[in-house]
Design a binder for this molecule. Structure first.
Ligand SMILES: [Zn+2]
Length: 456
């Protein structure tokens, strides 16, 4: 498959677009994404796209930019490229270079958002700009979306956009290309490229325990805060049961496939409800990788936020903690609560009640599609020795909202990473940075996918 050369000055321009995006401090909360969104809109307009900026609030808008196929093809279901322009907080003193300086050391661009996910915004803008210059007729609308507020729950961003302006997204888009996938994972000398096709669900739950209120100068045997601490300790130290879905089985099998017959034979045992939990520590030596695989195999429940409203000299009648629960495929918030109840029911003297604050099911997308095959073919050419693996992530992205419009959403943000860079540690980590060469490779790869798919 031969592809036209990508002009060097356009690759260089993508790097400076990324640097400009990083320099807008869009730490969420509070976000303040407007300037970054307006900058992305200017880039889209320069490429000839029609732009709309809409939002729930003035400071936190979203950009929807459209390249219309025109004629009868405008009625085909669109392809969306989606990125979020907010970033998670950065503790500046811990960084080698200030997190919003976008320092270029000749190999990497450093900064919060370089990977997650202003790099993809720059990549998408470069790909669209290139294709516009080639003046190709496209077979469906291509919509570039830059949203706010992904990192703190999507309420101002993709969720609001899907609920209030689905018409801007083509009402029933067929595909969305988004994070988290397409980057290199090095394992035992092999290169893998997970392409995300599934995400765990979310159940944010409040656990409340009760006791007897009273003056805290007196001894108490029924102190809600003490009961709550026992409940938190028990939940925090009890692993929940295995719920392996087809998505995680396929993901694990994809990494085992090139390893040979023994690894392939061990794979199904990892999802066994009794053998799996014992086998996993032996099968996966790397602790951070083991944690990510384990997260996919079961529900998780992390107590994160304690709620107390009382002065220091009053024993409260109730005490609560909010729990960030994540749901395996097929599991609901009620299922997770039942699992937590079996833990807290065993604690003497503790009566726990649970309330779901927010729930969103896991999502899973079809891989038997033209776009997915297209991605497979282009990737096989872009790195002939690489292994593409349909993957699942324990977190969530904007894809969970686009899924409500019936779109197949793929985490495909192609990025060739050198072996010394571990994607997981950069994502939300200190010293987040993106390799310039890997970004250039990604721009060329994404452009090829879009060129082939949109002009078929
Ligand atoms: Zn992200």
């Amino acid at each position: 498959m031969s592809a036209p050369e990508f002009p060097a000055e356009e690759l260089e321009n993508a790097v400076s677009v990324l640097q400009s995006l990083i320099r807008f401090d869009t730490t969420n909360p509070p976000g303040n994404e407007r300037e970054a969104i307006e900058f992305a809109a200017t880039q889209c307009e320069a490429a000839g796209l029609t732009t709309t900026i809409v939002g729930k609030s003035e400071a936190r808008p979203n950009l929807v930019a459209k390249w219309s196929a025109g004629g009868h093809r405008q009625f085909s279901r669109p392809l969306i490229l989606s990125c979020h322009l907010d970033v998670v907080p950065a503790e500046a003193p811990a960084w080698t270079h200030p997190p919003f300086s976008a320092h270029n050391d000749g190999t990497y661009i450093w900064g919060r958002g370089a990977i997650d996910m202003k790099g993809f915004a720059a990549m998408g803008l470069a790909a669209i700009t290139r294709l516009r210059k080639e003046n190709l007729p496209i077979n469906r609308d291509l919509i570039f979306v830059a949203v706010c507020d992904e990192e703190a729950g999507t309420h101002h961003g993709s969720q609001w956009l899907v609920e209030n302006h689905h018409e801007l997204l083509g009402t029933n888009p067929e595909y969305v290309i988004n994070e988290v996938g397409g980057f290199t994972v090095h394992q035992k000398g092999r290169r893998f490229y997970p392409v995300q096709v599934a995400e765990k669900g979310v159940a944010w739950i409040r656990l409340t325990v009760s006791g007897t209120s009273g003056h805290s100068s007196l001894p108490s045997e029924d102190n809600a805060v003490v009961h709550l601490s026992k409940a938190i300790t028990a939940i925090g130290s009890t692993p929940l049961p295995w719920h392996p879905g087809k998505e995680v089985k396929r993901f694990i099998a994809g990494f085992a496939e090139p390893e040979g017959p023994l690894a392939r034979a061990l794979c199904p045992l990892l999802s066994h409800p009794v053998i799996g939990p014992k086998l996993l520590p032996l099968a996966v030596a790397n602790p951070s990788r083991r944690r990510s695989i384990e997260a996919l195999l079961r529900n998780t429940a992390n107590p994160t936020s304690l709620i107390t409203h009382h002065p220091i000299n009053v024993i409260p009648a109730v005490a609560s903690v909010d729990i960030d629960g994540r749901l395996a495929p097929g599991q609901s918030g009620d299922d997770l609560i039942r699992e937590l109840e079996t833990i807290t029911d065993r604690i003497p003297g503790v009566t726990a009640s649970y309330e779901i604050l927010e729930e969103s099911p896991s999502v899973s997308f079809d891989t038997d599609t033209d776009l997915f095959r297209n991605i497979e073919e282009v990737m096989a050419d872009a790195d002939p020795e690489g292994h593409l693996v349909p993957s699942m992530i324990p977190g969530f992205t904007d894809s969970r909202n686009y899924a409500k419009l019936g779109a197949n959403c793929y985490g495909f943000y192609p990025l060739q990473l050198p072996e010394e860079i571990d994607f997981a540690s950069l994502f939300h980590g200190v010293d987040e940075r993106i390799p310039i060469e890997g970004l250039h490779w990604g721009i060329k790869t994404l452009t090829r996918v879009l060129r082939r798919f949109l002009t078929d």
